[in-house]
Ligand binder design. Structure first.
Ligand code: SF4
Length: 456
């Protein structure tokens, strides 16, 4: 297939209590191509994990996903199956996204078909999507585990302590692949072997506490793979592991991606891990994505002051220093619709307008191959070059070929587009905000109030 496998557009997830509204994810957009790894990076509290849980519909009360958000899943065979099951909830569109058939049910549609032939059981889908925000819960359930699976940081907490690893794998293989008895045991052993667990038939009979930390994480990856997903959401899966085991798990994920054509969303606070595993990166801060780029562009030409700060704090990338620079302060809890730059209180480059205008995403003005000059007159790259001998640059170029995302380096900061004078830049950001590229106050109010139809 061409185009993205998973698309998140203007995702807003809020937690509403009597005391406050927390806008944990506030207008986040990104896409993931087939066989591509997107790194979601940011400090604790930036909204990374809530983004992943929103994709899987794992937001519990008092959390709500705003109905104007979209989480589109594009695997053609899945879209085709759901379109056949829900023919009256399909919206037919042409290549430009305009409705092109009479009887196209826009009002309650959650399946969009962009090109296809036939209807009913003869329907074939080349391009289309299922919107997981608007879809009924049973459709979301069939995506969860069956199409998109998640690997958590707390491997031991993800495993049931009172069942053997084999029992847990066999149960999932029964649910998702209909395997029972000896066939399920064979498939479970193959899964353990595929994630690098030696002597798998013996290990199937062991309980999670009998596995080391690294082996527990391998077992949770095996559980995630039991349903043969197309997308793996990895939420800090290596954070609790020492660096040697961390490197092994990253290698394992890269191998599994190649063997199984997986798309991966990898969540971490660690830019070093991003350099090793990601093809492209979305940097999150206080519920928003503040910079998006291929991994090579981000490390070689970071634009947002927050990204530059994160990169400066990586040991080994800043050269010989007595003490690594840190970003003073902490991530604020976003309670109000954004009317300013949420990073301003910590930003070394903040100026007066940063407290009055919300920065929108603009091109980082960094065509491939150019040296680039930052708005502050520097290129922002000193000491941040990725070691290209580790294959990161090659992986990034492969990804760019597949997704064209090398051209999509965008940044949400009033210093850009840096070719424009200040007044013009500020006008650009104001206009983009007025056009609704960011969450607007009216929409935010709806999100803060009672749940409406379509909210999850
Ligand atoms: S908009 Fe202003 S405060 Fe925000 S990152 Fe850019 S320079 Fe810093």
């Amino acid at each position: 297939m061409t185009g993205p496998l998973l698309e998140v557009e203007n995702l807003r997830t809020t937690f509403v209590t009597d005391q406050e509204t927390i806008r944990a994810v506030d207008g986040v957009s990104f896409s993931v191509a087939p066989r591509h790894t997107l790194g979601l990076v940011g400090e604790s509290g930036s909204g990374k994990s809530v983004t992943a849980r929103s994709i899987l519909g794992l937001i519990d009360d008092p959390g709500r996903i705003h109905p104007d958000s979209a989480i589109r899943y594009h695997r053609p065979a899945f879209v085709q199956r759901i379109a056949r099951e829900y023919p009256d909830r399909v919206r037919w569109v042409d290549g430009d996204g305009d409705a092109d058939r009479d009887g196209s049910h826009d009002g309650n549609a959650f399946v969009t078909i962009e090109a296809g032939d036939g209807e009913g059981t003869s329907l074939t889908v080349d391009r289309g999507s299922v919107d997981l925000v608007a879809a009924p819960e049973n459709v979301v359930q069939s995506v969860r585990g069956g199409e998109i699976a998640m690997v958590f940081q707390d491997a031991l907490g993800s495993l049931n302590p009172v069942y053997t690893v084999g029992n847990q794998l066999r149960e999932l293989l029964g649910i998702h692949r209909g395997l029972r008895g000896g066939a399920a045991t064979e498939a479970a052993a193959e899964l353990l072997e595929s994630v690098g667990i030696p002597d798998p038939k013996r290990r199937l009979k062991e309980y999670p506490h009998q596995f080391s930390g690294g082996m527990q994480q391998r077992a949770t990856i095996a559980l995630a793979l039991a349903c043969d997903p197309s997308v793996l959401l990895c939420d800090e899966p290596t954070t609790a592991l020492d660096v040697t085991i961390q490197a092994q798990i990253l290698e394992l994920l890269a191998r599994l991606q190649r063997e199984r054509d997986l798309s991966i969303v990898f969540i971490t606070h660690d830019m070093g891990v991003i350099a090793q595993i990601a093809d492209s990166v979305a940097v999150m801060y206080a519920g928003e994505v503040v910079e998006r780029a291929s991994v090579g562009r981000l490390f070689d030409h970071p634009k947002h002051p927050y990204t530059q700060g994160l990169l400066r704090s990586i040991p080994g990338l800043t050269g010989e220093v007595d003490r690594l620079p840190t970003i003073e302060g902490s991530v604020p809890t976003p309670n109000e619709p954004p009317t300013d730059c949420r990073y301003a209180p910590r930003c070394p480059k903040a100026f007066d307008e940063c407290k009055m205008i919300h920065p929108e995403h603009v091109p980082a003005e960094e065509p491939a191959g150019s040296e680039g000059t930052g708005a502050d007159g520097t290129d922002g790259t000193e000491g941040t070059h990725v070691d290209e001998t580790d294959g990161t640059a090659e992986r990034s170029e492969d990804a760019a070929e597949r997704t064209g995302d090398a051209a999509e380096h965008t940044v949400a900061c009033l210093l850009y587009p840096d070719a424009e004078p200040l007044e013009e830049r500020l006008r650009t950001h104001r206009q983009r905000g007025d056009l609704g590229t960011a969450p607007d106050a009216a929409g935010a109010d709806a999100a803060d109030g009672d749940a409406t139809e379509g909210e999850r």
